[in-house]
Write a protein of this length. Structure first.
Length: 318
């Protein structure tokens, strides 16, 4: 698709459709705030202007984005309107990046995607180091599920990913970089005996169960009845930490997450007295990255490897 940017007038051209960037921003504001009036207030303009911009955008696109009704207080999107949201967000981001190129101090953006666990408990130290030591690159960091990371890298919408499971794809290289021991965490106290703990001494009805890959689910099901429901289902260790308020609640998580949580909350960590699978994390990137980013991607990976090797992190295997 061909894009031509008219910087002064804020218009985008794709070979047939001319869209005003204000119209895109107005649509996103209406979606975000749920009404024309609130969007108008946030954009410091009138409701009539907001309505006009939405109508102009719909006319250019050739389909309706928002359902309108007499006395309707909250907007309702059409099916096509729902589909248009991620396109509008990408378009707005692309526009911002195109403007940034004019700046003398322009830095190449690297789009990084990691699982919430890795972004929260393992990677911040490196992100901080790389940002301070790299003058020509700016990191844009997002959290995704592992399957989303592989999909976005495959489409070259992410440059580098950090995933918690490996997904087979021809275009994405996934290299293990961390093998972590699984441990049990619980509120500090004397409810559980000190030292290693056996899974059979833990009641699954008191578990705060975190999302995990299939190998860890299989191990879990060998010790606890998969049909029995836990106390909570949660998707991140950070959420689990806020929910493990009283004994006998407990959770199973990788060592790095447990160590981070124990530094922030009154938690204690127990190893298991039986063999447990390792949580393996993967560094992911496209087999044929964009040429303009190839050097920056390699620089990022080299810095990542050197940073954690120097710190002698247990389980780091890149």
């Amino acid at each position: 698709m061909l894009f031509i940017y008219y910087i002064n007038n804020a218009y985008l051209y794709d070979g047939g459709v001319t869209m005003n960037q204000y119209d895109i921003d107005t649509f996103l504001a209406v979606v975000r705030h749920g009404s024309f009036s609130k969007a108008a207030s946030q954009m410091f303009t009138t409701q009539a202007t907001v309505s006009h911009r939405i109508s102009a955008l719909e006319e250019e696109l050739g389909y309706q984005l928002i359902l309108r009704g007499q006395g309707v207080r909250k907007i309702e999107l059409t099916y096509r309107g729902e589909q248009f949201i991620p396109i509008a967000e990408q378009w707005s981001s692309l526009w911002s990046n195109s403007l940034a190129i004019r700046n003398a101090d322009y830095r190449m953006p690297l789009f990084i995607g990691g699982t919430n666990r890795l972004n929260t408990h393992f990677l911040p130290d490196f992100y901080d180091y790389f940002a301070r030591s790299s003058e020509n690159v700016v990191l844009e960091i997002h959290s995704y599920h592992s399957w989303e990371i592989f999909d976005l890298i495959d489409r070259k919408e992410l440059d580098i990913g950090f995933a918690s499971s490996e997904i087979a794809t021809d275009n994405v290289i996934a290299t293990p970089f961390l093998r972590e021991q699984l441990v049990m965490v619980c509120l500090r106290g004397d409810y559980y005996p000190s030292g290693p703990i056996h899974p059979q001494s833990l009641d699954v009805v008191n578990e705060v169960r975190l999302a995990s890959n299939q190998q860890i689910k299989n191990w879990h099901n060998t010790w606890w009845d998969y049909a029995e429901q836990p106390y909570y289902f949660v998707d991140t260790a950070a959420v689990a930490a806020h929910l493990i308020r009283t004994p006998p609640l407990w959770a199973v998580c990788p060592r790095s997450a447990a160590t981070e949580l124990a530094s922030l909350f009154p938690m204690e960590i127990h190893e298991f007295s039986v063999e447990v699978p390792f949580q393996v994390s993967y560094l992911c990137y496209h087999r044929s990255p964009r040429l303009e980013k190839k050097v920056q991607i390699q620089s990022f990976i080299s810095a990542f490897q050197a940073h954690y090797r120097q710190r002698n992190i247990e389980g780091f295997c890149l």
